[in-house]
Structures are given as C-alpha cells and as structure tokens.
Design a protein around this ligand. Structure first.
Ligand code: GLU
Length: 499
C-alpha cells in the first residue's frame, strides 16, 4: 500500500504554527515512506475563505520547503456536487434520511451543529435528534416530499446501540458510544450544502488517503467521520492526531489572544532561517529516538515516526512582556545555531536579501568585495539570533550610518573621561600600521595602551563600541581588519565626541 497523506488547511486566516507542524509531519511521513503528499484547500466556507489567506498559507509551505505536492492541489469547494451525491446515495441506501423539520425549528439545531463543527468540538449536542420523527419516514414518502419541493436537511442514521472505536496511532484506542453521537447533519437544509465532516470524508476517500494526520482538536470528529466511511462502505484510513501547541499558561495558541507569534509567516518576516524553523517545528510534539535536536532534513526524514509523537501537549514558551522572548527561546536558539553553523554559501543569499531589504546591499559585494563580505558574515554570524541582526546589530559593518547602543556607550565610552584624548591617539597609531590587519592593529593598540598607561581592555571595549555601536561582538582585532584602516580611525575619532 502506498502511503497517501494530505494537509488540509482552511484558507480562513493565517497559517498557524500548529497547522504548519501538521503539514510538516504529513510531509515527513510521506517522504519517509515513499508516499504521496497532497494539499487540499478546504475552502467550503465561502464567507470566511479568502485568496489572501490561501496565498499566505501557500507561501508559508513554500518557505518551509514542503510545497512539493505530489499531485494537483484539490479545492474542496469544487467537489460540493460529489459530496451532495454521496449524501443522497446514503438516503437511497437507508443509511441517512431527509429531515423535513420546518425552518423555524430547524434553524436552531442547524446553527448549533454548525457552530459545533466549526469549533471542532464534535460535542454531544443533542441526543434528542435521535428521536427525530423523520428518521423512520419511508424512502417513498421522503422522495415524494422532496420531489414536491419541500426543503430538507440530510442526516446520517446513527445506530442506536453499540459504539464506535478506532486505534489512533498517537493516542491509542478511542471509543465512543453511539448514544453520544447525534444523527449528524450531512447536508444543510435550504441550499443542501455539504457539512464539514461529510466533505472531509468524501474527499479523503476520493483522494485515496491512507493516513489522516492532523491536530488533536479533530479527535472527536473522527468518530463521526468513521460513521460516514462505514455508511459509504469505504475503508477507514489510519488516524494519527497530533498534540496541541499551547501558550505558557496552557491556553490554546491563537492570533486573537497571542498575536503574530502564532503565525508562520512572522518567522519568515522576523529573520528565521527556514530550515531552522522547520527543525524547531519538528520537535514540537516529537523527538527522534536518539534525542538529537539539530537534524538535517535527511536525518529528520529518516528518524521521523508517528509512533514517536508525544501525547502531551507542547508548550510554546514566550513572553509578551519581554521583547527578547517574543517567541519560544528554543526556536531562537535553534535559529542562532543554524546561522552560526550552516554552510556560508547557503546563508549568503539570505543575508543578501536582508541587506537588500534594508538598503545596505552594495553591488561590489558581488565582485571585488566578495571576499570581504564572506569574511565579515562569517565573523559576525557567531552571535546572531536572526537574519535581522545582520542589518540591525550588524549595520555598522555595512554602513557608516549606524546607531550607538546607549548601554554600550554608557559602559564603554562614558565611564572613562580620558578616552576623549585616548581615542584620537589610538586612531593616529593604528593609521600608521602597515600592512593593516588583525595582528598589526592588535600590536598597535597594545603598544599604545602601554605608552598611555591604561589597560588594553579599556581601549578594546571602547573601540568595539566606537566601531560597531555595540558592547559585544567578535574579536576586536578582527573588527579592525574588517572595518578597515580609514573607517576605523574615523570612527575612533567620532566616538571621542561621545565620551
Ligand atoms: N480543514 C481542517 C482544519 O483546517 C482540517 C481537517 C482535517 O485535516 O481533516 O482544521
């Protein structure tokens, strides 16, 4: 059996990181098993579905590197006729029935079911539906009334006794008494449009889906969906539900409550390396048997297993009160690790895009200054958390217009008034060295500090702030070499004004 899995987003908003994680797990499973990874856009809610949302979901999947769908993208709305036909087949087969309850009474229960479906509670919202008087209407009578134009909904005839059960790959055996499941609505009355559970099942059958991998919030829907598979006489796929991703206070992560931090494209826009975020996402609810955290894509594909997915919900640790912790610390750490260790050739285009976006890219970086650029990036990347740092903290390497960090100025320039004279002096002595590089500038600085009778550390720290605006950074002598003789001297003199 060839594995066939799908990611089935509803284009009604941004791509939630939980949904992105579902997409990734589907993708990993397909790639590991040599199966097919499909995309189905669940755009049946015409009011809430938007092109913009669809574009951002597609862009998010592309960014993560998992947009190599193995077949044409399926749009669920295009299949509405098939969904309707399936429901009517079930009516013919006595597995479903038309419910002619007049509009006034029906309005209430339909709305209730719709809300419940949307909230994906799959809750038991009315065993009273089981006493629906239309359940036992003869097919003849039902056809006659429908033929006469009487509006109806279609409901699945759920057995009165017994229970539904399935083995979830992650959560194990699941059971639910039929008595807890109402005769669920398959087609809405009035426009006879298909409801969520019906559409999902008919499409999954049509697409030959073998494994349904999705968020744990769909666990309770699954019982209803299995009833539909059974009624349609179709084989039931395997199910693997994934733990939720929760806020530190265990609340469900939502954009309304938690803002941009839950939206995948935020990570792209805030300077994440796609492979780093993908690696981080993979570890939300799963860990490889050897617990190795940083994995190449190949390793991830090889080690991934649905059996290794955890049941406990993952906590996304971030603080809305602290800008440095705007997202999970582990995500930031992972990103920094990637920036620090990935092949320079892969990092370069990303840095270039960032510098271009900030107006810091120069044509010569492609030609004469290429070696300088590579050296600089390799040097400064060691401490950076995101790609944004190349244009932020790293701005002084690429432009003479940079800002001095206030704390750095206070600590390294303002504390020692003698720096007012020392910095121009240091400027003069490094200007004189020949050739100008890390070693010779170190020699010049040390000789100068000795003759001035101050500690070299004082001048090193002051120089770092003078040349880069920052209090921390790479080795100071490397910085001299990278910034160059003239720019270094100029910045040392300029910094004397800040003392
Ligand atoms: N469209 C559903 C959602 O976005 C996915 C349903 C499924 O994966 O079965 O939650």
């Amino acid at each position: 059996m060839t594995v066939r899995v799908r990611f089935a987003p509803s284009p009604t908003g941004y791509l939630h990181i939980g949904a992105a994680r579902s997409a990734l797990f589907n993708w990993l499973f397909a790639r590991q098993t040599g199966g097919k990874f499909l995309l189905r856009v669940e755009d049946t809610d015409a009011q809430r579905s938007t092109d913009e949302s669809l574009r951002s979901i597609i862009a998010g999947l592309e960014w993560l590197g998992i947009s190599d769908y193995d077949e044409e993208v399926v749009f669920q709305s295009a299949n509405a006729e098939k969904h309707r036909a399936a429901a009517l087949r079930l009516v013919e087969a006595d597995k479903a029935y038309r419910d002619f309850t007049p509009k006034a009474e029906r309005a209430d229960t339909n709305v209730k079911q719709e809300i419940a479906d949307r909230a994906r509670k799959g809750a038991n919202e009315g065993a009273d539906h089981r006493s629906n008087s239309f359940r036992d209407l003869s097919l003849e009578e039902s056809n006659r009334r429908a033929g006469a134009g009487e509006p109806f909904a279609v409901r699945l005839k759920v057995a009165r006794e017994g229970k539904s059960s399935f083995e979830d790959i992650v959560y194990g055996p699941q059971e639910r008494d039929y008595s807890e499941i109402e005769d669920l609505v398959l087609l809405r009355s009035g426009d006879v449009s298909p409801l969520y559970n019906l559409s999902v099942v008919v499409d999954d059958i049509e697409m030959g889906i073998t494994h349904v991998i999705r968020g744990q919030d769909h666990l309770t829907n699954t019982h209803k969906q299995i009833l539909i598979y059974d009624a349609l006489g179709a084989g039931v796929p395997r199910f693997a539900h994934l733990p939720l991703i929760l806020a530190p206070n265990k609340a469900k992560l939502s954009k309304r409550k938690h803002g941009e931090v839950v939206s995948l494209t935020t990570y792209r826009d805030r300077g994440f390396v796609p492979a780093a975020f993908r690696n981080y996402l993979a570890l939300l609810g799963w860990a490889p048997p050897d617990d190795q955290e940083i994995m190449s894509l190949e390793e991830m594909i090889r080690k991934f297993s649905l059996e290794g997915v955890h049941r406990s919900n993952a906590i996304f640790n971030f603080s809305e009160l602290d800008a440095r912790q705007w997202t999970d610390q582990k995500a930031l750490w992972m990103n920094a690790e990637y920036i620090r260790t990935m092949p320079l050739a892969e990092l370069l285009p990303m840095v270039r895009a960032e510098l271009e976006a900030e107006g810091l890219w120069k044509a010569e970086y492609e030609t004469d200054a290429r070696p300088w650029l590579e050296k600089t990036i390799d040097l400064i990347r060691q401490r950076f958390m995101t790609l944004k740092d190349f244009s932020g903290q790293g701005r002084a390497y690429f432009s003479d217009e940079f800002e001095y960090d206030d704390a750095a100025v206070a600590k390294n320039l303002k504390k020692e008034t003698r720096l007012k004279e020392l910095l121009p002096g240091l400027a003069a002595s490094i200007e004189a060295v020949e050739p100008f590089n890390a070693e010779t500038s170190e020699g010049a600085l040390r000789a100068f500090s000795e003759s001035a009778g101050v500690k070299a550390g004082l001048l090193i720290n002051a120089s770092r702030t003078a040349l880069t605006g920052q209090a921390v950074g790479p080795s100071m002598f490397e910085i001299f070499e990278i910034i160059g003789r003239e720019r270094s001297a100029r910045r040392l003199r300029a910094a004397a004004q800040l003392v």
